[in-house]
Structures are given as structure tokens and as C-alpha cells.
Design a protein around this ligand. Sequence first.
Ligand SMILES: [Zn+2]
Length: 116
Amino acid sequence: MQPERIEQQIRKIKEELVSLGPMRPGSLSRQYSVCGKPGCACANPDKPKKHGPFYQLSYAHQGKSSTRFVRPGYVPQIKKELAAYKRFRQLTQTWIALELTLSQLRLEQARREAEK
Ligand SMILES: [Zn+2]
């Protein structure tokens, strides 16, 4: 690939990074629970109706893992933030790969010029 093309792609990545909205790392899971109270619907032996769903958000930051519950009404917003973070990671990984290619091209060009 030509350096100009690569530089153009990097510019596009930078533009998209600037336009990313709120983000957060992590993953969301849906859980149901059994309370253990006798006679509760969740303990029905034929058709147990478990409590929930509860939404649990797990994430790691600086080597520390955390988990917290999220209110159902806030789930759409959290999903958006998780998606934005995924996109952020994707873009930065692509950016790094492009920079490596670019740097390699510059090194090769410098070597060719030194050999002249
Ligand atoms: Zn129950």
C-alpha cells in the first residue's frame, strides 16, 4: 500500500475517534435469581418463575475487575457505551497497524536512499 493511502486512512480513523460518544469497557449479562422464600413463585417445583431479569455489568480497568448491577431502564444507554468502546478499540488497533506499516515503509525508503 502507498504511504499516502495509509495516511488517508489514519486521518479517517482520527476523525471517527473524535466523533465517538460516551463509552465504557465491559460486558452486560442478564441474570435470574431464586430467593429461597418458601411458597414463592421462584420455588415452584413444576414451573419455577425466577426473579429478574437483573442486568449485571462486568468490566476490568487497570487490572481490577468489577461487577455492578444496572437498572433495566439504563440498559440501552449502557449498551451504546459498550459498543462505542468496542469501536474505540477497533479503531486504535487499526491505527497502530497502519502506523507500523507506515514506519516500516519509511525505514525501507531511508535504507534505499542510503544505498544510492
Ligand atoms: Zn422468590
